[in-house]
Design a protein around this ligand. Structure first.
Ligand SMILES: [Ca+2]
Length: 293
């Protein structure tokens, strides 16, 4: 049950994060605009962005154009190879087209997301890993409760991290006309993560390319990844690295150490940076308090 609900949460999270990107995207007008811009600027068309598509038909030729763009953006050979090896992610596109909006009351949302289970398990996890969470709080100022609540909400503590190939998923979403511009930095991020050895073309994640224990989109993974266990590699499938990256993300988004995160307190607004859905933010604050309490 948690699995299905969890999938919904991803859709909700991505939908919320990309809402503003969808309004201005109209398939059809884009090519004309790009060509006009190319003519006006006197640039060869090959130097412009690759042309999106709504079916798998143009994917391979798009990939060749996107490879040139990726190279200009600093992607190296390993990332370019991973791009060349991507396949059109049908299940991702099917899931993306099938997204529904949910409007639950806070109480209902917490119930269907299994908040009581997350709180009960979360308290045990905090007790069992007390030194780890204390060390995270010392370094990033983010208390255990909120990190554990996120971990529980996103993947049921690492039990459901997805079965889609991350690079193919995020590259396909960038090719797809619906939200190309939103996903592009994450596709470039995924290719750079391949360059760094953090992921490979075979790495599995959620349908929209979210990675690891707390489901970072690849662009965020690139920017906020932390090698907590010091093995020389940022690994979002390692709990320590993933939770440290989550704490670092929140800190960089404005978390104030030692200040509260309940509604009306300074850190509550930082939760919005993690997920744009109000009920999600409210749930995190409540679960976090109960786990920390
Ligand atoms: Ca590591």
């Amino acid at each position: 049950m948690i699995f299905q609900l969890f999938r919904r949460s991803l859709s909700q999270s991505v939908t919320a994060n990309t809402r503003k990107e969808t309004a201005h995207r109209r398939a059809g007008g884009w090519l004309t605009t790009t060509l006009s811009a190319a003519l006006l600027c006197g640039l060869p068309y090959a130097a412009m962005a690759a042309t999106c598509g709504n079916t798998s038909a143009g994917f391979d030729s798009w990939k060749r154009d996107f490879a040139a763009e990726a190279k200009r953006a600093g992607v190296r050979q390993a990332g370019l190879n991973a791009l060349a090896n991507t396949t059109y992610a049908r299940r991702t596109i099917a899931a993306d087209r099938n997204q529904k909006s949910f409007r639950y009351s806070l109480e209902k949302f917490m119930q269907i997301r299994g908040a009581n289970t997350i709180i009960a398990q979360g308290r045990k996890r905090k007790a069992r890993n007390a030194e780890f969470f204390a060390a995270l709080e010392r370094k990033y100022g983010v208390p255990a409760g909120i990190l554990i609540a996120i971990h529980g909400m996103e993947t049921a503590f690492g039990n459901y991290m997805g079965d889609s190939q991350v690079v193919s998923a995020i590259v396909t979403l960038t090719y797809d006309c619906r939200r190309s511009e939103f996903f592009k930095p994450h596709a470039l991020g995924a290719l750079k993560l391949v360059d760094r050895g953090a992921i490979t073309g075979a790495t599995k994640g959620a349908k929209h390319g979210e990675l690891g224990h707390t489901q970072f989109l690849p662009g965020n993974a690139l920017n906020y990844g932390v090698d907590w266990d010091g093995n020389g590699r940022v690994d979002f499938y390692n709990m320590g690295d993933a939770l440290a990256s989550t704490a670092y993300f929140l800190r960089k988004k404005g978390w104030k150490p030692g200040r509260g995160y309940q509604q009306g307190e300074p850190n509550y607004k930082v939760l919005k940076q993690w997920n744009a859905a109000t009920v999600y933010q409210q749930s995190l604050a409540i679960m976090g308090r109960k786990i920390d309490g």
